[in-house]
Design a protein around this ligand. Structure first.
Ligand code: PLP
Ligand code: COI
Length: 354
């Protein structure tokens, strides 16, 4: 794929790395590729970062035709830059596109777009351990008409944001509220796709939880509101009586790349991992009997995040004395070690860009 590059004439500099926060600072450039049902993908270009102009009838503004991905570029101690399992994000982006009737893209082309862009923006990959350049590919429909149908025109974009930790708590345990009213998705819905609408529908519950002092909500399934699904921006895992249990991928949960990686790491370390239905009743019983040893969320933005407190109705359960558990810490150390190049990569997950 030919990519036309127009460089900015007014490059910015990186703010102090301890002040980055998550997703607030953007690099100097953005990448765009247009798609038309007859032409396919065309006009791949990298331009100075800036506002984009859309027709007021644009499909994305009315019918939510939008999907996105999230992955990171990491700076190793030797100064080089690497990506973590980028092909997994590319594959998931195409699965999301298929669900939302948006165009898929050849995997090698998307890989080339990603790597070309990150190489151009390499100075924006921060250096401190725990920071990274968060990459946000997204794709939206932009037909300039109000009819409802699969889009005929779309745009793929990539922006990047040097970021620190997702939660203000960092690696300290977060409090999570089990959501009993709203549901995130339903059987046959879009739960497994990373589409903007899933997040829009989640916000109300997230805000209610935030008002009560919780970082995010833990969703229950949308059919019976009985089984644990995932957290707002993370999959979840529980260590119950020595065994790691994580909700199985039923179609309504995002198949997280961090989840998949955690499972592989845990199995290699000899732990039993059960991917299965886990009812909220079973979880509460495990908390009440003291069998719930650890709980954590896992996701690209949040990495591995210990859950120190779970609220269900008017009951609040403290997990592991509100401290990070030994296995959560081990997983965090292993994953971040591989991602930031401090540990060997026996799984071949890392793609070195420099
Ligand atoms: N679940 C949801 C709803 C998410 O938004 C994310 C983040 O992308 C995850 C799970 C974790 O997925 P991954 O590990 O691929 O980032
Ligand atoms: C992730 O990329 O890990 C996410 O969950 C995205 C989130 C900020 C919506």
């Amino acid at each position: 794929m030919e990519i036309k590059i127009t460089k900015t004439t007014t490059p910015n500099t990186m703010p102090p790395e301890d002040k980055l926060g998550f997703g607030k600072v953007f690099t100097d450039h953005m990448l765009l590729v247009d798609w038309n049902v007859d032409k396919g993908w065309y006009n791949a270009r990298i331009e100075p970062f800036g506002r984009i102009s859309l027709h007021p009838a644009s499909t994305v503004l009315h019918y939510g035709a939008e999907i996105f991905e999230g992955l990171k570029a990491y700076r190793r101690a030797d100064g080089g830059v690497q990506l973590f399992r980028p092909r997994e994000n590319i594959k998931r982006m195409n699965r999301s596109a298929e669900r939302m009737s948006l165009p898929e893209m050849d995997e090698d082309d998307m890989f080339e777009l990603l790597t070309t862009f990150v190489k151009l923006e390499e100075k924006w990959v921060p250096k401190s351990f725990g920071t990274s350049l968060y990459l946000r590919p997204f794709l939206f429909g932009n037909d300039e008409a109000l009819g409802v149908h699969a889009v005929h025109n779309a745009t793929f974009m990539l922006i990047a944001s040097p970021s620190g930790s997702y939660y203000k708590e960092g690696i300290n345990p977060v409090g999570i509220m089990i959501e009993c009213e709203d549901v995130r998705t339903v059987r046959g819905g879009t739960g497994y796709a990373k589409c903007g609408g899933n997040y829009a529908a989640s916000t109300r519950a997230g805000e209610r939880a935030a008002k009560k002092g919780y970082s995010q909500v833990l969703w229950l399934d949308g059919v019976e509101q009985k089984y644990i699904e995932e957290v707002g921006a993370m999959n979840v895992m529980f260590k119950i009586d020595g065994v790691v249990v994580t909700p199985k991928l039923t179609g309504s949960i995002l198949p997280g790349i961090t989840r998949k990686s955690c499972i592989e790491v845990l199995k290699t370390k000899g732990y039993t991992v059960e991917e299965r239905l886990l009812s909220v009743d079973e979880l509460i019983a495990a908390m009440e009997s003291g069998k719930l040893e650890e709980a954590w969320g896992c996701g690209t933005a949040a990495v591995v995040s210990p859950i120190g407190k779970l609220a269900y109705g008017d009951k609040v359960y403290e997990i592991g004395g509100g401290k990070i558990g030994a296995l959560t810490q081990e997983l965090y150390d292993t994953l971040t070690g591989i991602q930031w190049g401090k540990l060997d990569d026996p799984f071949n997950w890392v793609y070195k860009l420099s």
